[in-house]
Design a protein around this ligand. Structure first.
Ligand SMILES: NC(=O)c1ccc[n+]([C@@H]2O[C@H](COP(=O)([O-])OP(=O)(O)OC[C@H]3O[C@@H](n4cnc5c(N)ncnc54)[C@H](O)[C@@H]3O)[C@@H](O)[C@H]2O)c1
Ligand SMILES: [Zn+2]
Ligand SMILES: [Zn+2]
Length: 396
């Protein structure tokens, strides 16, 4: 089959590789009909996430048709057997469905999906290892991703989620990641009636977060970015916008909230913040020297901007230990910080209901539909031409 593989920094290629096969009884093989490139994939493309290996298959946002299932499905394990021919979306987090964490609905913390062989590095870095993720380094299981013609889905009885035929791929594809991610990030803002939510990053995650914040009752959302087209799309959803190249973000947020600060602040940017702020330039130098994974400029700014007693929500991905972290502000302003890889499984049904009811149309984020072979160009453009390339869907 054809698959998008990581060959090193800024080097992805579409290669011919062996088709995946059933390994475990709960596996399924999916023929991928649509797959997308995520902002998280850029962190791999830029080689700022450790433990990638040359030849790893990328991709964690994908859906398709079940073409083979392991024996457990035929026995209807947990009453959830999958059938060949079913059309399904697959959460990017791999979860067993029955461990301590899965039972608490903390699916991205599953204890059984990241093989023990892969846990030494996350254990040393973070104290514990997270769940397995598709196509996202050996720290999270080393699983082959879904930017490919076929993919093996472990624990498919709990993961694969059947979608109705009257919805087209592009309406449901983003249930795999960015819609639940934006939604969980908005939930983590603990929005109350009348609240103002500031969201850094008007990328696909930020766009879903803006719409989710309104769904959850925010009165006002302020979107911060520097890409004009992304800010226009945010404004179209009802957000006020700030271009961080044109205004001082902290001053502007203080001014527009009468000095109090937004009730909640969301970092939907993560470890590769743009901009020429002094701390960001220093972080970039450290990242280039290999002595830091992250450029946490936005996280610092969100903490400083947030009103006393407010919530800071961090869907943006970070990989390591952060310098110059304003802990004094967190303590003395009584802030609550919430984060996490998204517990996607938890959100599949409720967010499908929002799509079916027409309360949100996920297709608005898509800018490009391309064949799988265009992946190298698409990665390059998604990194270097973000205003035009907001969300690329690949059709294997
Ligand atoms: N927690 C999760 O489970 C999860 C899931 C998906 C994505 N993510 C993460 O969410 C983040 C966003 O993903 P995306 O797909 O929208 O990525 P993206 O790269 O398309 O968008 C990021 C946006 O941030 C903007 N930005 C950069 N620096 C900024 C700054 N200083 N101030 C304001 N905006 C700035 C960029 O211009 C861009 O529009 C990434 O870190 C990604 O890894 C997390
Ligand atoms: Zn993603
Ligand atoms: Zn589990």
């Amino acid at each position: 089959m054809r698959a998008v593989r990581w060959h090193g920094k800024l080097d992805v290629r579409v290669d011919t590789v062996p088709d995946p096969e059933i390994v475990n009884p709960r596996d399924a093989i999916i023929k991928v009909t649509s797959t997308a490139i995520c902002g998280s994939d850029l962190h791999l493309y830029d080689a700022v996430i450790p433990t990638m290996q040359k030849g790893d298959i990328l991709g964690h946002e994908f859906m398709g048709e079940v073409v083979d299932v392991g024996s457990a499905h035929k026995e209807k394990l947990n009453g959830h057997g999958l059938k060949v021919g079913q059309r399904v979306v697959i959460p990017f987090t791999i979860a067993c469905g029955s461990c301590f964490f899965c039972e608490k609905q903390l699916w991205s913390c599953c204890d059984n999906s990241n093989p023990a062989d892969n846990q030494d590095i996350p254990d040393a870095l973070m104290g514990h290892s997270p769940s397995g993720l598709f196509g996202y380094s050996h720290m999270t299981g080393g699983y082959a991703g879904g930017q490919a013609e076929y993919v093996r889905v472990p624990f498919a009885d709990t993961g694969a989620f059947a979608v109705p035929d009257h919805l087209e791929d592009e309406q449901v594809l983003f249930l795999t990641d960015i819609f639940p991610t934006g939604y969980m990030a908005a939930e983590n803002c603990a929005i109350e009636k009348g609240d103002t939510v500031a969201i850094w990053g008007a990328g696909p995650v930020g766009q879903f977060a803006i719409r989710s914040a309104f769904l959850l009752g925010a009165e006002r959302v302020i979107a911060i970015d520097h890409n004009p087209a992304r800010l226009r799309l945010a404004a179209g959803a009802g957000a006020d916008t700030l271009n961080f190249e044109e205004v001082d973000v902290l001053d502007a947020l203080a001014e527009t909230t009468a000095g109090r600060g937004p009730d909640s602040c969301m970092d939907a940017v993560g470890m590769e913040a743009h901009g020429v702020a002094i701390d960001n330039v220093a972080d970039l130098a450290k990242q280039k020297m290999g002595i830091a994974f992250d450029r946490p400029h936005v996280l610092r700014q969100a903490i400083i901007a947030c009103r006393k007693g407010g919530h800071v929500s961090v869907p943006g991905v970070y990989g390591g230990v952060i310098d110059n972290f304003p802990m004094g502000a967190v303590v003395n302003k009584g802030l609550t910080i919430k984060s996490g890889q998204t517990h996607v499984h938890r959100y599949l049904k409720p967010l499908l209901d929002h799509i079916e009811a027409g309360r949100i149309d996920p297709r608005v984020v898509i800018t490009h539909r391309l064949p799988l072979d265009a992946a190298p160009m698409a990665y390059d453009q998604f990194k270097n031409n973000q205003d035009e390339f907001r969300k690329v869907v690949l059709k294997p």
